[in-house]
Design a protein around this ligand. Structure first.
Ligand code: PLP
Length: 359
């Protein structure tokens, strides 16, 4: 297997792929693949419901929350959130932390009134803003933040208390990487293709009271209440992706749930950040230490030429996906839940050898 550091779609646990392979052609002696079955049949429906309840279980099954399986990626949520929750006379607060937060804000502005609730632009998005004293005007419809900026490699250590104003988070690149209190959020959402499974399904977990009613004139498919009332079976769901999410959730349970996963993730990220910090300036972390992501480790070398050389030689050595996003440059190692510790140990060894040859 390649050392896969892709930002998304990303590595999946080998055990999950192997289990899916074993039942790919004949799912539980039905004589069919799960992807050949009707989404209205009992076999698929039990997978669908199992995935929903496993997901809530990982958060301690707080009451009043519902899991939706939608399509269109996290990008469609950027539009659906304001379409459903931003009514006339209200304004939505957006926390600006970098590339993805800005995409979400841009969509909200197409729909209605949106304001910047906090921003770390002046720090070049190398850190996340302090949200402890967030001041929200009356008539704030909701507050939106991006828990982990995939491109910059920053993330929040803790989340603000927004009182009665719903807090909504794009958790595409760090959902299920560590425990958090779901009850501080009105809604969280994530494209599956990083920590949850393959691409094709977007997971929404939200307070039921937010999902029960959508504005009257919104088209049916864009309404949360459609998907809520039909249990994400209004139209054909991405059934195979949801099946894979269920398998990934089983695997997370086997790792000791979110607490177990966090321990593994801290160990993995710690190893890589230590290699950067102890390189005597050969490698420079992009994110400031107090905002460092456990999932996307971004770093730069002294010159762009050296960075190109690093990418080329790392690819030749079997490492995939280390080139940073063009807007930040440099290198990025995405070390989602499924990236094994050994892959990171191998990368750290490669980095040390590269430094010795090029300093
Ligand atoms: N939000 C974040 C934080 C992301 O990392 C990404 C994709 O990488 C997206 C949103 C967009 O997700 P999608 O491609 O599922 O629309």
């Amino acid at each position: 297997r390649a050392y896969n550091f892709n930002a998304g779609p990303a590595a999946l646990p080998l055990e999950v792929l192997q289990r899916a392979q074993a039942e790919f052609v004949d799912y539980k002696e039905t004589g069919m693949s799960i992807m050949e079955m009707s989404h209205r049949g009992a076999v698929y429906e039990s997978v669908h419901h199992e995935a929903q309840s496993r997901l809530l279980n990982l958060f301690g099954s707080p009451s009043g929350y519902k899991v939706l399986f939608l399509q269109g990626g996290a990008s469609t949520q950027f539009a659906m959130i304001p379409l459903n929750f931003l009514s006339e006379g209200k304004a939505a607060g957006y926390v600006r932390t970098g590339s993805w937060a800005d995409k979400a804000l841009k969509e909200a502005k197409l729909v209605g009134e949106a304001f910047v609730a906090a921003s770390s632009e002046s720090e070049g998005f190398r850190k996340v803003p302090d949200l402890r004293n967030l001041e929200l005007p009356e008539q704030t419809a909701y507050v939106h933040l991006t828990s982990n900026e995939t491109i910059e490699g920053t993330s929040f250590l803790n989340y603000p208390d927004t009182g009665s104003v719903p807090l909504i988070a794009d958790m595409s690149s760090d959902i299920l990487s560590r425990p958090f209190d779901l009850e501080s959020f009105g809604m969280v959402y994530a494209g599956a293709q990083k920590n949850l499974g393959p691409s094709g399904v977007t997971v929404v977990i939200a307070r039921e009271e937010l999902l029960e009613q959508s504005p009257k004139h919104l088209p049916t498919i864009l309404r949360y209440d459609t998907h809520y009332k039909n249990d994400s079976l209004y139209n054909t769901p991405p059934s195979f992706s949801i099946y894979m999410v269920n398998e990934v959730l089983k695997w997370i349970e086997e790792q000791g749930g979110l607490t177990g996963i966090e321990q593994l993730n801290r160990k993995k990220a710690g190893l890589l950040y230590e290699a950067i910090d102890q390189s005597e300036g050969f490698y420079n972390g992009f994110a400031q230490p107090d905002s460092r992501s456990l999932m996307n480790v971004t770093f730069r070398l002294g010159t762009e030429e050296l960075e190109k050389k690093f990418v080329k030689e790392s690819e030749a050595a079997g490492f995939v996906g280390l080139k940073g996003h063009r807007s930040v440059g440099g290198l990025r190692a995405s070390i989602y839940n499924a990236v094994p510790y050994d892959a990171i140990a191998a990368l750290v060894q490669f980095m040390e050898d590269f430094r010795n040859k090029n300093r």
